[in-house]
Design a protein around this ligand. Structure first.
Ligand code: SF4
Ligand code: SF4
Length: 160
């Protein structure tokens, strides 16, 4: 079964280790700007990782077919030799999860480290969890339902 990474944001301390493990795994360098996961701080001092949810929306946005889904593990894979760095995937991603690598000038999208995500393995606070897709869907539903409850406005009667 395919798996997804889910986030327990309340546990995040903002240490940025996930970014370092990500860039080191792919490029043998500790450089957050070359990471596929990004720890974002919102006021007042709330840190949370933001990462690709493997939705696949970017696949069709790529004009040269450089983004594919890995049939083995469901991960999004960028074919580096094909990518022309046009950033269409960056514009289309609703999560800000796709970026352009500052060195190669090609797309950077989480590939789940071929099924063994380094960020999950190395987060000291266990903020990230690599779970079966069914469990991931449940968590996504839970998040949306909590957001709707928080942001909802009382509905007025529909005008006649
Ligand atoms: S940056 Fe690369 S992967 Fe992204 S849409 Fe352009 S060619 Fe495709
Ligand atoms: S990079 Fe964005 S659009 Fe592409 S699969 Fe990940 S979350 Fe979806």
């Amino acid at each position: 079964m395919w798996k997804n990474i889910i986030i327990h944001p309340k546990k995040c301390t903002g240490c940025h280790l996930c970014e370092l493990y990500c860039s080191f795994h792919h490029f043998k360098i500790n450089n957050p700007s070359r990471s596929r996961i990004h720890v974002v701080r919102s006021e007042p001092y709330i840190d949370s990782p933001v990462l690709c949810i493997q939705c696949g929306l970017c696949i069709n946005s790529c004009p040269v077919g450089a983004i594919i889904r890995n049939k083995k593990n469901g991960a999004i894979n960028v074919l580096i030799d094909k990518c022309i760095g046009c950033a269409q995937c960056v514009f289309v991603c609703p999560y800000g999860a796709a970026t352009i690598d500052p060195v190669t000038k090609k797309a950077l999208i989480c590939d789940l480290c071929d099924g063994e995500p380094e960020c999950v393995k190395n987060c000291p606070e266990k903020v990230l969890e690599y779970v079966d897709s069914t469990k991931a869907v449940y968590y996504k539903n839970l998040i949306i339902s909590k957001l709707l409850k928080k942001e909802s406005v009382p509905l007025e009667p529909y005008p006649k």
